[in-house]
Design a protein around this ligand. Structure first.
Ligand SMILES: Nc1nc2c(c(=O)[nH]1)N[C@H]1C(S)=C(S)[C@@H](COP(=O)(O)O)O[C@H]1N2
Ligand SMILES: [Mo]
Length: 392
């Protein structure tokens, strides 16, 4: 943790001794500041990794897990993904401070002193590059700006493992210093002059303040009581038709009202059947208050009305709780046109084929004539403009 007090050995090559690294006077470029901010950042990346894994496996479960994914608690994904995005945004405020505290060390001389030192520098280089990459691409993703040609989700997922690996490598090569720190033998735990302590306290307070401000001005996108403060987040949780944001409009999905005149719901199973919208409406007796929780971090509760998916499946001869379901949208193409839901979701009485939203008929942008709404489920899987259910 404390690398600022090592004795610089004589460079092996003569002329190097005439090269002088720049010197940095600021008292805050020190190991303790770097360590304090580093701990917060480490915690932030830990939360982002865990919540990111939850999101990943809810969306892409391996076969053995698919039918066991829990549909409860209903607010589960809202919480984990809200945390993922909020903590990622907080990391955006922490990273520059960490980089500022440690950047003089980029100029240590000689640049490599030993294998351990080389590994340490490598782990830091990789950690810094991948951490900045994750936080910046994550932020651009939530504002839906894609100035790159790769596919965000798989790259964000893969790079997360590189961040995790470089943190582990970093901690491993720093183990001796960390041990010294905790046993009180490091200069990092020595009493410091009062003015240094005051300086550091001001800096850490300022960092905490910056994190507080970015969090308070964005977290309202999912913590609805704070929505009045939600000045910087890309979405307001109640701006949109029927009091709910729209992720992908019907126009963008190529779904038009004209094309819906002959809409029928097809339920495929051992006893396949077809329902018109009128028939479906007469069956629509179920109600559920459930959130839409977008992977991009906004979420909001709404009142949904419709038909229980489990009743539709049963009528087709399927077995709720045992069979999975494939749901197909009218949308011509797009990553969310076809969605599969595991047996736990099919079985849950709150999982609906919804026809109404907040007491009104679904608007076209929210998925008219029918859409899926299920508890503890990423927004991307709340398929709109549904026309086909297939028991698997
Ligand atoms: N067919 C289809 N359904 C879809 C999508 C889509 O692109 N196509 N977007 C999903 C996403 S990412 C979210 S967050 C929710 C948002 O629902 P809303 O637009 O009604 O708020 O719809 C989901 N359903
Ligand atoms: Mo979404």
């Amino acid at each position: 943790m404390d690398g600022m007090t090592f004795r610089v050995p004589k460079p092996p090559i003569r002329f190097l001794s005439t090269v002088r690294p720049p010197s940095f006077g600021g008292r805050l470029h020190d190991a303790r500041t770097a360590t304090a901010v580093g701990r917060w950042l480490g915690a932030a990346f830990g939360v982002c990794l865990l919540t990111g894994l939850v999101s990943h496996y809810l969306q892409h479960p391996p076969g053995w897990l698919a039918d066991r994914l829990p549909a409860r608690p209903v607010w589960g994904y809202r919480l984990t993904q809200g945390l993922h995005v909020a903590v990622g945004i907080a990391a955006l405020a922490l990273l520059p401070v960490k980089l500022w505290a440690v950047y003089p060390r980029l100029f240590v001389w000689p640049p490599v002193r030993s294998v351990r030192h080389a590994l340490e520098r490598l782990s830091i280089a990789v950690l810094v590059a991948t951490a900045v990459f994750q936080v910046v691409t994550g932020l651009l993703n939530i504002v839906e700006w894609y100035p790159w040609s790769f596919s965000f989700v798989p790259v964000h997922f893969a790079v997360a493992w590189v961040v995790a690996g470089s943190i582990l490598l970093h901690v491993a090569v720093k183990a001796p210093e960390i041990r010294a720190h905790w046993s009180g033998r490091s200069s990092g735990t020595r009493a410091l002059p009062a003015e240094d302590v005051a300086d550091r306290r001001s800096l850490l307070l300022a960092v905490g303040g910056a994190v507080g401000v970015v969090t308070l001005t964005t977290v309202g996108q999912s913590v609805t009581p704070l929505k009045a403060l939600d000045l910087l987040a890309p979405r307001s949780p109640d701006h949109g038709p029927q009091g709910l944001p729209v992720n992908r409009t019907a126009a963008a999905a190529g779904v038009s009202a004209d094309g819906l005149a002959r809409w029928r719901l097809e339920v495929v199973g051992p006893q396949t059947y077809v329902l018109g919208l009128g028939e479906l409406r007469t069956m629509a007796a179920a109600q559920a208050r459930l959130p839409i929780a977008c992977v991009e971090g906004w979420s909001v509760d709404a009142d949904w009305g419709g038909v229980r998916v489990r009743d539709l499946v049963e009528r087709a001869g399927g077995r709720p709780g045992r069979d999975a379901l494939r749901v197909t949208s009218l949308e011509a193409r797009g990553a969310y046109r076809v969605m599969e839901m595991g047996a736990e979701y099919v079985d849950d009485p709150l999982t609906l084929l919804a026809l109404t939203l907040n007491g009104q008929r679904l608007s076209l942008d929210h998925g008219f004539p029918a859409r899926i709404i299920a508890p503890n489920r990423p927004g991307v899987l709340q398929t709109k403009w549904v026309h086909r259910l297939e028991v698997l």
